[in-house]
Ligand binder design. Structure first.
Ligand SMILES: [Mn+2]
Length: 322
């Protein structure tokens, strides 16, 4: 009956559901699923985010599932009295902006890095936040619509790379439950036409630059490229048979953005990235996927040969953490 506490908290309040910045399919579907869940109890929540919805398939989710999400600048009436539920993200994380409202609740599937006293906290380590939201329906005995089931299933599919990454029992159970209720052709439509022509340029640059050292594949993109695309390219490079770990980075105006993907069973990708970038930038994430960032001012710390230095930092970090 844990969810009742959330419902009670939100009664007669203005409620916002905030995803992490640059929301991905899991964040969007979880926020949408929670919005619909709360609606069953007469609570009308508004979905909001900062940053951009970058990837084409995430943008298309909004029309395919009829999801209404507001960019923070378009919300002019949020006050400190209003309640915020952070979803697929936690307050004080680097990937979530602070909005005027009061963060009373958090539902997430990532480990907590900085504690915060929410009135309601539901953090479970699993493959997708959408699985946690699907469980709310099951536990509360609320009928899930075909549309919401489809959105949540898509969130699980994408965040777990088709049930191949970071999967827990909860993900499997919810996948099975949602699969029977979802509109599979709607989901299939999100897999076709998912790439923009400009994305190909980033793929091209990454392929040109690829090097492999001790089963780690390194690739760089020497121009502005959004986070989601760097991550997709990193996933792609990990699929090479000779690669156990992929490190892809883009040199952008604000600094160097890293995306790390790993199949290694003995090294945590989040810790690896943190180690490799220590002293120059920040890094962290999950066991099999992580991100990192180095500000422009610190790039010179890598010395003359940026790519070589990045290679040696990651190789060294793997050997230390092993
Ligand atoms: Mn997620």
């Amino acid at each position: 009956m844990y969810w009742k506490r959330l419902v009670e908290l939100c009664e007669n309040k203005k409620v916002f559901i905030q995803t992490h910045n640059f929301p991905d399919p899991d964040a969007v579907s979880s926020a949408f699923g929670l919005q619909y869940f709360l609606k069953q109890y007469g609570i009308h929540a508004i979905l909001c985010y900062a940053g951009k919805i970058e990837k084409l398939n995430t943008k298309r989710m909004l029309s395919v599932f009829d999801i209404d999400m507001s960019y923070i600048d378009d919300i002019t009436d949020m006050t400190s009295e209003d309640y915020i539920i952070t979803i697929d993200a936690q307050k004080y994380n680097a990937n979530i902006s602070t909005f005027p409202g009061h963060e009373i609740a958090c539902i997430d599937h990532h480990p907590t890095f900085i504690d915060y006293e929410y009135e309601y906290k539901d953090v479970r380590i699993c493959g997708a936040c959408a699985s946690i939201i699907a469980k709310y329906y099951e536990d509360a005995g609320i009928l899930i619509s075909e549309n919401v089931a489809s959105a949540l299933l898509y969130g699980i599919k994408i965040d777990t790379a088709e049930l191949s990454r970071g999967v827990s029992d909860l993900d499997i159970d919810m996948f099975y439950m949602l699969y029977k209720k979802a509109n599979l052709s709607k989901i299939a439509s999100l897999y076709s036409n998912s790439m923009e022509l400009n994305d190909l340029k980033a793929y091209g640059a990454a392929f040109e630059s690829i090097t492999i050292v001790e089963e780690i594949g390194f690739a760089s993109i020497p121009f502005n490229c959004h986070d989601a695309l760097i991550a997709t390219i990193s996933d792609f490079i990990l699929s090479l048979d000779v690669v156990e770990c992929a490190v892809v980075y883009a040199i952008r105006e604000d600094g160097i953005k890293f995306s790390v993907r790993s199949d290694m069973t003995d090294v945590d990708a989040g810790r690896l990235t943190e180690w490799a970038l220590s002293g120059v930038g920040t890094g962290g994430g999950h066991f099999s996927m992580a991100g990192g960032f180095v500000q422009t001012a610190n790039i010179e710390k890598f010395g003359k040969n940026l790519h070589k230095e990045i290679e040696s930092r990651f190789v060294k970090a793997v050997n230390i953490l092993r």
